[in-house]
Design a protein around this ligand. Sequence first.
Ligand SMILES: *Cc1c(COP(=O)(O)O)cnc(C)c1O
Length: 236
Amino acid sequence: MLSSNSGNIANNLAQIHKNISDLCQTWHRKVEDVQLLAVSKTWPVEDIRAAFNAGQTCFGENYLQEAVNKINDLHELEIEWHFIGAIQSNKTRELAEHFDWVHSVDRLKIAHRLSQQRQPSLPPLNICLQVNISQEATKSGLSLNQLPSVVDEVISLPNLALRGLMAIPAKADKLDAQREALAKLRQALTKLQLTHPQLDTLSMGMSDDMEAAIAEGSTMLRIGTAIFGERKLSGL
Ligand SMILES: *Cc1c(COP(=O)(O)O)cnc(C)c1O
């Protein structure tokens, strides 16, 4: 775990809300249509508490064991927990038990397991399908071609609520290049909405491509670094 930097977190959050609101004006988006998910991977529970005390209620985590420990530690807070990391099929039960959302469903098998393992007494598990928009061999995610048939199948599963699409595009520095990748996800969702109007979520946009994401219709920004600071551990 990294050391806590709670002092800056409330300021960072205020700055990000200001940025989101300015960008929504620039790109003609309604600010209430763009949610902020705080990505707290590698940061200690004190930092999550600091963000929560500053009004942030949705948190995203990538590593299951770390996440479950935090969820247990913070069970007294009304936090909505989102899983955004790679999914191993033998870990789906814990995801189904502990999370409100899973953004990174990248194969049918995972969706079936999550539906089977979600307690019917809980609200349906909200999920997004992860799409490999940059067609990178190293990135997980469904191809755009696979999407329609996977959506038709996932939408019928009983204990899931399919909410939309998620992507992690290849890194690009320029706004235009960032937008080009993210536009593919927006277009894919728009097409699916013709037959499935309940799909309402475009999970895209991180600290470095927030403006492109807002311009291209993101409804949920996943922001880590700009809230909590640089993650110092390699590979995270
Ligand atoms: C770490 C992570 C983020 C946050 O990235 P930042 O650049 O720190 O804002 C968003 N989405 C996913 C899937 C991540 O793994």
